[in-house]
Design a binder for this molecule. Structure first.
Ligand code: NAD
Length: 324
């Protein structure tokens, strides 16, 4: 039986990845600074550890009588634009520490395969009509925020250790992942979950506020598709960073409309100033397509599933306030 370590297993994508690895027959250890908020972990073992501390990284990476076959590094101090625009120091400090320690100690312990979760935030801003940029076009670099700069640095750390040690390094640049069992309130939630919450909380005929003017272009990737992509990449020979995201480009206004349709409620939208991020995204998916991976869940279907889940969380939160 193969053994895998998932760092960030108490988070959104990490917990879905644990489920995927269990379906694939792995023994899985999860590690996170906090437990998962929405569901019991499916990991065989779950450690509560702060991975900024090298001793905790070593403990997480150490197995009695052997080494992990695969390590998936998804732990990060992160959130949507609302969070990363104000938490620059925390993001740079905490994530650099986690990635420096994890990569170094994994290589030292002879982990044979190491996955790092990067982001398309490492790319510069783009114009709406620009042709797709490839992974190599990340350099010369000009990410829009500090979260992107740290990811770019951590990619380089991982690749350097992959050159020095016999450790196969795989890097995916995720593009806006969404789905059930992700953060939906509290300030760290990303746009799809935040919109689902706003619509679920609104009265019939009510108005929701959305940051920006709705014209920003994005791609949103359903979490089941994303974890399938991580797994395919980890088991491939594809070295170097790989863009991992859906091929359905939409405006933020399209996303808002899709959420409102999923709710089946008459809702009006008011666009207001707020942290929006870059204007446009358009990335080549040729490398990930070469693995035979392609997204199977459309934005409409994925948002319908996500809305249903967020709506249930909103209803449960209201019920618990009434009971208190
Ligand atoms: P998440 O916040 O749900 O999960 C990250 C987990 O890391 C959290 O559970 C958090 O508690 C944990 N963590 C933070 N600091 C830690 C520490 N010091 N020690 C141990 N654990 C710690 O986020 P997610 O959406 O699941 O993202 C997973 C990874 O994918 C992250 O590296 C993120 O940067 C990357 N990513 C996500 C997206 C997206 O759209 N969700 C896009 C691009 C990249």
């Amino acid at each position: 039986m193969k053994r895998a370590l998932v760092c960030g297993a108490g988070g959104f994508i990490g917990a879905h990845l644990v489920k995927k690895l269990k379906r694939e027959g792995y023994w899985v250890r999860g590690v996170d600074i906090k437990p998962h908020e929405f569901a019991a972990t499916q990991a065989d073992e779950f450690l509560l550890r702060d991975l900024r501390d090298p001793e905790n990284c070593r403990r997480a990476l150490t197995l009695p009588g052997g080494i992990f076959d695969e390590v998936y590094q998804l732990a990060a101090d992160m959130g949507g634009m609302g969070f990363i625009s104000v938490a620059e120091c925390e993001v740079l400090h905490n994530n650099a520490l986690i990635n420096i320690q994890m990569t170094h100690i994994a290589a030292e312990l002879h982990v044979p395969r190491y996955f790092f979760s990067s982001s398309v935030c490492i790319y510069r801003d783009m114009q709406p009509d620009e042709p797709p940029v490839t992974e190599d076009d990340a350099i010369p670099a000009n990410p829009d925020n500090e979260y992107g700069w740290e990811k770019l640095y951590a990619e380089r750390v991982a690749m350097a250790y992959g050159r020095r040690y016999p450790m196969q390094v795989r890097i995916a640049r995720f593009e806006n992942c969404y789905g059930p069992e992700g953060t939906w309130t509290g300030g760290r939630e990303k746009a799809p979950a935040a919109l689902c919450r706003k619509v679920a909380e609104a009265e019939n005929g009510g108005t929701i506020e959305v940051w920006g003017d709705g014209t920003a272009i994005r791609v949103f990737t359903y979490v089941d598709n994303l974890v399938d992509g991580i797994f395919a990449l980890m088991h491939s020979d594809l070295g170097g960073p790989v863009n991992l995201g859906s091929d359905e480009r939409v405006t933020v206004a399209d996303l808002v409309r899709t959420v409102i349709e999923a709710s089946d409620k008459p809702i009006t939208v008011s666009y207001v100033p707020g942290p929006v991020g870059v204007h446009a995204r358009n990335f080549s998916k040729a490398r990930v397509a070469s693995l035979g991976w392609k997204p199977t869940v459309s934005l409409r279907e994925g948002i319908a599933r996500t809305y249903q889940w967020v709506e249930a969380q909103v209803a449960a939160a209201r019920a618990s306030v009434r009971c208190a």
